[in-house]
Design a protein around this ligand. Structure first.
Ligand code: ADP
Length: 240
């Protein structure tokens, strides 16, 4: 790992933020729901469906459609942001669909749609990854068949140093040397990448290191997601 950059919050370069919390069934009226928190970033995902797709011309007779809506709440950042969709939220909604689509068994739901609403209630960078982590748990909670869970994290390059799980300062305010590059990655538990974004300069050797760091982190996140799902299943059994 390249040396040089020292993290302001005292974390090691390969250390995730804390706390990391996951909870399932947080929106009782939804068909499935989950919360995922990492540091000061908190995402809530609620799943509705499967239900008939309207309008009819959007129906796919071969498989169902996964429709994700990412929304960063007005009060999620220090300066209140304008409510409603933006170019950024539209892009992140699409990315979330692409990250989840490979594991969701949509062939079971021809002509239907599964809606996933992701709300970021507190944003301190890494919100798309937190949203994907919450959405994967919410889909499982809704009983939508999935080949496996996905877990997501971002790796950053601060000047030349690789660090895991950027916070807002590292993501947006660090400008020394080559500045900061944010690389969000989503993994299936078996190690397939379903999503990677890279907007900046990086060598192929460092990119390999990025992927390894992200995989190690996603293995930890997977365990937390699995535990939250297990806890909710056991609570459900207790209620019967
Ligand atoms: P991600 O949250 O997935 O890292 P970005 O890199 O676009 O996505 O955003 C990084 C962080 O910048 C967000 O988590 C949030 O804290 C902040 N941010 C993004 N958009 C806005 C905005 N319109 N107003 C204020 N803060 C924002």
């Amino acid at each position: 790992m390249a040396e040089g950059y020292v993290r302001e919050d005292g974390r090691k370069n390969d250390e995730l933020r804390s706390p990391i919390k996951a909870d399932v069934g947080v929106v009782p009226n939804a068909d499935g729901s989950a919360m995922f928190q990492i540091g000061k970033t908190i995402a809530i995902a609620a799943v509705y469906g499967p239900k008939k797709m309207h309008p009819q011309h959007s129906q796919d007779p071969e498989k169902g459609t996964l429709r994700c809506t990412y929304n960063m709440n007005s009060f999620s950042v220090e300066d209140r942001i304008r409510p409603g969709p933006s170019r950024r939220s539209t892009e992140i909604s699409k990315i979330t669909e692409w990250a989840l689509n490979p594991v969701v068994m949509l062939e079971k739901y021809p002509n239907e749609v599964v809606d996933v609403h992701i709300n970021i209630i507190q944003a301190d960078a890494g919100t798309r990854c937190a949203g994907i982590n919450a959405a994967a748990m919410a889909l499982a909670d809704a009983g939508i068949p999935m080949k496996e869970l996905v877990s997501s994290i971002s790796v950053g390059k601060m000047d030349k140093t690789l660090v895991l799980d950027l916070d807002k300062f590292e993501d947006s305010e660090f400008e020394d040397g080559e500045g900061s590059t944010d690389i969000p990655i989503t993994f299936t538990h078996s190690g397939e990448i379903t999503h990677i974004q890279l907007d900046g300069k990086i060598s192929s050797e460092q990119l390999k290191e990025v992927v390894e760091m992200a995989k190690g982190a996603c293995d930890k996140i997977y365990e937390i997601q699995k535990e939250a799902l297990k806890k909710s299943l056991m609570a459900g059994e207790g209620e019967k």
